[in-house]
Design a protein around this ligand. Structure first.
Ligand SMILES: C[S@@+](CC[C@H](N)C(=O)[O-])C[C@H]1O[C@@H](n2cnc3c(N)ncnc32)[C@H](O)[C@@H]1O
Length: 223
């Protein structure tokens, strides 16, 4: 089945089984994603911010990064979209999440035949940064701002992962007023700039789904 999501919220399409996604024909070779309906945690299904980030990354003319880390990757959607959408690009790409999502991410890597370029790894926010994650020049995060208790953990991981030369792209769906606490916190050390120059901007904006570039201030301040 080749699903064109259009702007139907992803969750209303289907939340379990394997689907072929082309993002309305943006991908010539469909991205295959197995969702478990949330059985392994909320990351086991697709979320609209992940769709936004995937579309944005697929559309990039090139991916000039050497090491890419996706945080809270869930099914691996955005990271795998980069890999499938840019078959010639030369990078190391790690899709990361908590232990309970590893099997789903590994399955999705295999479904897309990306074992050579994409690795699934545990990366628990707030914990010491694993060795493989050091030196990344592109950090991706989709729909990771939703648990208030995890805000300081995510902030710490962003601080640990970034320096002057690191690009952070975060897609975010606004759900709760409390989310503003996360953005207030991180503004001590980062500038948060909304990205608007993509064709689906108005549609996603209507669904309160945004894309931000998060830029480390220099010199870094302590959290
Ligand atoms: C709403 S889901 C988004 C999944 C995926 N990025 C997407 O857009 O479809 C949030 C993800 O963050 C992960 N997550 C939550 N707390 C985390 C933590 N402390 N460390 C690592 N990942 C975490 C969850 O396991 C889940 O996969």
């Amino acid at each position: 089945m080749d699903l064109d999501w259009g702007f139907v919220p992803i969750n209303d399409v289907s939340d379990r089984g394997i689907q072929d996604l082309t993002f309305d024909g943006l991908l010539k070779e469909p991205l295959k994603v197995h969702q478990d309906g949330g059985a392994a945690g909320c990351g086991g299904r697709l979320w609209p911010a992940g769709e936004l980030l995937s579309r944005y990354l697929i559309r990039q003319a090139e991916i000039p990064y050497r090491k890419i880390i996706e945080l809270g990757s869930g099914t691996g959607l955005a990271g795998l979209a980069v890999a499938v959408g840019h078959p010639e690009a030369d990078f190391e790409l790690y899709i990361t999440d908590q232990e309970n999502l590893m099997h789903l991410m590994e399955e999705n890597i295999v479904l897309n035949n990306q074992q050579q370029r994409v690795k699934a790894r545990v990366l628990n926010w707030g914990e010491e940064l694993p060795e493989y994650a050091k030196g990344a020049d592109l950090i991706l995060a989709a729909d990771c701002v939703y648990l208030e208790f995890a805000f300081p953990l995510l902030e710490k991981t962003l601080l640990d992962l970034t320096n002057d030369g690191t690009r952070v792209l975060m897609a975010y769906k606004k759900r709760r007023k409390a989310d503003k606490h996360f953005f207030k916190r991180i503004k001590k050390n980062f500038d948060v700039v909304e990205i608007r120059d993509f064709p689906e901007y108005e549609q996603f904006h209507r669904d309160v789904v945004y894309l931000f570039e998060i830029i480390r201030k220099t010199p870094p301040l302590k959290p």
